[in-house]
Design a protein around this ligand. Sequence first.
Ligand code: IFM
Length: 446
Amino acid sequence: MGSSDEKAGLTRRGAVGSLAALAAAPGLATAGTAHRPRKAPAPFLWGTATAAHQIEGGNVHSDFWLAENVKPTVFAEPSADACDSYHRYGEDIALAARLGFNCHRFGIEWARIEPEPGMFSMAALDHYKRVIEACHAHGLAPMVTYSHWTVPRWFAARGGFTQADSPDLFARFAERATKHLGDGISYASTFNEANIQRIAAILFAGGGDQLRQALTGMIGACAKASGSDRFSMVLFEPAERVEPQMVKAHHQAMAAIKAGPGSFPVGVTISMQAVEAVVPAAQARAEALRGALYGPWLDAAKGADFVGVQTYTRLRVGPDGIVPAPQGAEMTEAGYEFRPEALEDTIRYAAKVTGRPVIVTENGIATNNDARRIAYIDQALAGVKRCLADGIDLRGYVHWSLLDNFEWISGYKQKFGLVAVDRTTFRRSPKPSAVHLGQIARKGRP
Ligand code: IFM
């Protein structure tokens, strides 16, 4: 006989059990059964997000590892050991649970699971099984990202998602991973920020010709090092070259994941920044930009169980195109405007366009001033609250990120974490913002 809490399903373990069960219940369960009435409201998801390459360390079979280490490279520094989370995942998960969260978003790394074409590593799959088990042991619902930008080096060297058969290869990986891990998964997304090429085009435009040349040099060096005439990385391709195959890959992977084992909601996450016209005359242009940036993937998400919204700032549009932040605006360490209000806008837009449940799968700020992180969180959550009050089907808030980590081409300088990581000892030190958000999470509804 368990305690009365256990009987009532109120223990942390019980809460996750019921999360998984409710996830599989009507409402968020499957696109096919979406119109059945919900039996009971699922607990609001409160979590932190991470990505395999950004925290694990030693991701040597991935395309990014090569790109970080060739010359020339656009990376400020290599990922190297990252946060050593490949070995310290247990510590990370226990910490997230202690802080008060009920969900943990992390990635499984294709390059580790399939380091050579068709060669699947049971050791890597078992590793991720242990990560999932650790989540359950600590009362966290595992939310798994199947692809967070990195691909196996062999896949990049054959042309990545520019190739017509790339959806089959991605779906094969998704199928093998799900066969091994599906039983324990509570939520999954196929791609992280599937539309990243469209956002990167805006971000990278600031780097001008110099960045473009450096990118060409780096990709050429990667191709040469791989004995290939090409090397295709998700982050650095123009959308037109990869998006059609990635959309197919999403659908095929979703079908492979749905084949089980396991029965859990599957979505796709989209980088969605608010898009605002600075004058009425720019309204049509702003709408057109919003449609171009998010449209194809919001369409794809209409057939998914949820849409993952990932918001950091806003884009301002004038009659001639994107304009800078207003003079004197507070800027984050990532170089864009401090704009927590953007989240409310993107949640509303994603819900309206897709008609699907929304989960905020990322939202956060790069700052060395943790008091500004707390202010950012509070203002973003005020928007979350208004969305819920208006009846928007919003199922959770997952903050980017649990740890200070490898911020892609910027290296380790930008601090998005609720928890600081010593770069030599890997010691984790929660910041006041971690305690702050954890306390909010413990209360349940925002
Ligand atoms: O670090 C990234 C993450 O990998 C994807 N979304 C945005 C984050 C902050 O830039």
